[in-house]
Design a binder for this molecule. Sequence first.
Ligand SMILES: [Zn+2]
Length: 141
Amino acid sequence: MSHTCKNLLIRCMDFRLNKEVRKWIAESDLFEGGLDIISLAGASKDLIDGSKEVKNNFLKHIGVSVDLHQVKKIIIFNHSDCGAYAQDYQFSSPEEEKEKQLEDMKKAKEIILEKYPEVEVVFIWGELKDEEGEEIEFEIL
Ligand SMILES: [Zn+2]
């Protein structure tokens, strides 16, 4: 028996994102064909600055999605006011935080494409409009 889906969402584990992300998944055609979800602190952050073991483990999970479920598109979803980034960096402005995270998302894309050149990688930014994540603006970068 085979079961496949078209998309893999790599998102931050932050609980504040849950409500709006669920809504976004239900409403956006970005996820047509179903999705796997990898949920980790800082989304793809560990792929950039994790240990070799952590990176390999991350890639192993992506591999299950690509090889077993045959996903065609990987959506990397980072967000503003991210605790995982706040732990490691001091940003002087929200713009600086976004810039750093986008830089990391691009690096993650390179690492993913090196191993899985056949997939498409998409970046989404989530801008929290309030501290609780009651409203999040999703932007395709
Ligand atoms: Zn986060």
